[in-house]
Design a protein around this ligand. Structure first.
Ligand SMILES: Nc1nc2c(ncn2[C@@H]2O[C@H](COP(=O)(O)OP(=O)(O)OP(=O)(O)O)[C@@H](O)[C@H]2O)c(=O)[nH]1
Ligand SMILES: [Mg+2]
Length: 271
């Protein structure tokens, strides 16, 4: 059960402004946060929030999860009390011992029970409230995977080397699958069972790309929606450093080297 106003009242929460004005869905109130994910009936939407030492960002991030949705914070070895803060604020906390962005995301997906699952970074750079119109696009059938295309709201939010790496990966994605995207962002949504059926195996930085590649190979409709990308709260771990970006690009190249699945054999067809 959340105590106090998650955006303004927690000791763990520095006074920080959200990267965007509220739009596209009502953010959760502290009262509703206590009902997230705990009841017998799963909510229709759950947000998986991979979390490695994001104590300062968590109060704002959780306050922005739309009302009535579940929040699953996947604690990936935090030492700053993130798990306790998330639980106190009403999130379901899942522990993933194995380090890696993909390991955390996949643990959240495996623990989810909702019809629709969203993913969002837990560092305050992206606003979970903006997932609401993305889920609406799934419900209306206009896409099967909806991705947030990041548009930085401040200079230096997204360093040049990270943009170059991202552009290179989207080009390679187009060559490999024919799908034209402008970003391989972490914010996204799809139906839970369909995601599980993709059989994702990457457990590091290649996870978001592998999801897109396998969805494309499976013929899913993939759509991008612009989302503001603000400065993260806390110290940068990946895109703020050359090393982190290089590791991410290497993981993604490994995903793109995986061959497309062999066409399924159908009875009566020559092999
Ligand atoms: N880097 C990293 N992030 C993890 C891990 N497990 C969970 N996360 C979370 O995954 C999300 C994305 O990681 P970030 O460190 O923000 O990666 P990024 O956005 O590419 O780069 P920066 O924001 O510049 O650090 C954050 O919410 C992290 O807390 C992990 O093993 N490594
Ligand atoms: Mg980040």
């Amino acid at each position: 059960m959340a105590r106090g106003d998650p955006q303004h009242g927690s000791e763990a929460a520095p006074d920080r402004r959200p990267p965007t004005a509220p739009e596209g869905g009502e953010p959760a109130s502290a009262a509703s946060a206590g009902t997230r994910g705990g009841g017998a009936e799963p909510p229709s939407v759950e947000v998986v929030l991979p979390c490695l030492d994001e104590a300062d960002a968590l109060p704002w991030v959780l306050s922005r999860v739309p009302d009535g949705w579940g929040a699953i914070v996947v604690d990936n070895g935090s030492t700053d009390g993130s798990a306790g803060i998330a639980a106190q604020l009403g999130a379901r906390v899942v522990t993933e011992e194995r380090r890696g962005f993909g390991a955390a995301c996949h643990a959240g997906l495996s623990a989810a029970r909702a019809e629709f699952v969203c993913f969002c970074d837990c560092d305050g750079s992206l606003d979970p409230a903006l997932l609401a119109p993305m889920v609406d696009a799934l419900r209306s059938g206009s896409a099967e995977l909806v991705l947030g295309r990041r548009l930085s709201t401040q200079a230096r939010t997204w360093p040049l080397h990270a943009r170059i790496g991202n552009a290179a990966v989207t080009r390679m994605l187009r060559r490999r699958t024919g799908v034209r995207l402008r970003d391989i962002g972490p914010m996204r949504t799809a139906r839970r069972e369909a995601l599980l059926d993709l059989g994702l195996t990457d457990r590091r930085s290649g996870y978001p790309l592998q999801m897109v590649v396998r969805a494309a190979d499976a013929g899913w409709g993939i759509r991008e929606v612009d989302v503001p990308y603000g400065a993260r709260t806390g110290r940068s771990k990946v895109t703020g450093t050359w090393r982190g970006t290089w590791t991410a690009v290497r993981d993604m190249r490994a995903v793109l080297r995986q061959p497309p699945p062999a066409p399924a054999f159908r009875a009566g067809e020559p092999r």
